[in-house]
Design a protein around this ligand. Sequence first.
Ligand SMILES: *Cc1c(COP(=O)(O)O)cnc(C)c1O
Length: 397
Amino acid sequence: MAYLEAASPHTMNTYGRLPIALDRGEGVYVWDVNGKRYLDALAGIAVNTLGHNHPKLVPALQEQIGRIIHSCNYYHVPNQEKLAAKLVELSGMTNVFFGSTGLEANEAAIKLARKYGHDRGISRPQIVVYEKAFHGRSIATLSATGNDKVQKGFEPLVEGFIRVPMNDIAALRQATDGNDSVVAVMFETIQGEGGINQMRIDYLQKVRELCDLKGWLLIIDEVQCGMGRTGKWFAHQWAGIVPDVMPLAKGLGSGVPIAAVVAGPKAAGIFQPGNHGTTFGGNPLAMRAGVETLRIMEEDDLLENAARVGQHLKGALARELGALKGVVEIRGQGLMLGVELDRNCGVLTQRAAEAGLLISVTADTVVRLLPPLIMTEAQADDVVSILAPLVKNFLAE
Ligand SMILES: *Cc1c(COP(=O)(O)O)cnc(C)c1O
């Protein structure tokens, strides 16, 4: 197979990359520089919401680039207000700060929680975080992350985090009992990098109640599971709750770097002028991408599509793989699915790519599917018909 011969010697050695360079895309397909076609069931890690070269998105972005790309936050950016109003409407929250990456949204959330504490006379505020969580790779967000591999070599970690297991309300109560410095609880509704681990509906509701009772902020990191991927705009909406702070990024701009931290009434007034800022955040190109992505998602009913095709895909995976010895669990919601195996299976990303399918393996043992929200049932069947034999052969080795 004609793959790239070598990686660039000039970029830092931060990724174990596959020997593939993608050159162009169309819908749920991408082609590499050698002309080989792949079915994209990863969407650039939950980023390409509308797939590739979307006929409604691309002309709008081209028009925007010809108008103005960047201005800066010394001036008003009309589409910031438009996108913020839309996110407020969809979330039931009140105000938005825009950034450019997921870790940046999470940094803003952590700063909000700390200042929330300081405003209440708590001098060393603490935030409850979770085992297997992933919140980013800045020093504060990697400290909030529950993965030794992400933290190792970067100590000392930022203090002020208390770690608990997921879906265990007694453990949360116990870990915070009598601690007046707790200011917030922070988690992903469905852990992405941690292996597609879902918070139970009843647990989400109990944590919301506990936060109300204790006066803590509920911070829900929807960077990966949000933006329609599970069939609701935000995955926590399946539990009928509303967070106080919600970091967003990945799928919000369908490929253009963009992030947002959305705040409800308890958190919206915490930042005052001078407390926070960013150069790229909220720039005209990113805001146009966000506005158009949401508009197209609504126009084309992509939430309904994500729910329906996701269920179809999960059903097909269950039929093909569910009964196999070595398959621990098939889980997730909408188009955020994981197949957990009983052994390390990182090799499957390369084998799938060789077979023309883009997937990822996360938490060593979980095959992760995060396709564009435009995927059809027939394309979902194609995902399974490529993936299932690979998994079967792998487990039989
Ligand atoms: C990817 C991810 C982040 C970090 O986003 P970056 O854009 O890579 O900084 C944070 N939280 C969650 C849940 C993520 O999946």
